[in-house]
Design a protein around this ligand. Structure first.
Ligand SMILES: [Zn+2]
Length: 70
């Protein structure tokens, strides 16, 4: 696993060392990250295991509160 904090403190890496991470959407339909899990397509719902689903639900709940307070 790439840990940016460890790499930053590790003298073996040059100061200008960097990693570019490129992402590609697995699904072309579910590109809106604000969409609740229940509204994702069947494939995306199956890909997300229960741990991710729980974490995702918690993140959504927190963001809902933050946006409500703004
Ligand atoms: Zn999808």
């Amino acid at each position: 696993m790439v840990d940016p904090d460890s790499i930053n403190k590790d003298a073996r890496y040059a100061e200008k060392f960097r990693v570019d991470v490129h992402f590609k959407n697995v699904c072309e339909r579910c590109t809106d990250s604000s969409r609740p899990i229940s509204e994702l397509c069947k494939m995306c719902q199956e890909i997300m295991n229960s741990d991710i689903k729980d974490s995702w639900s918690i993140i959504h709940a927190i963001l809902d509160v933050i946006f409500f307070l703004d």
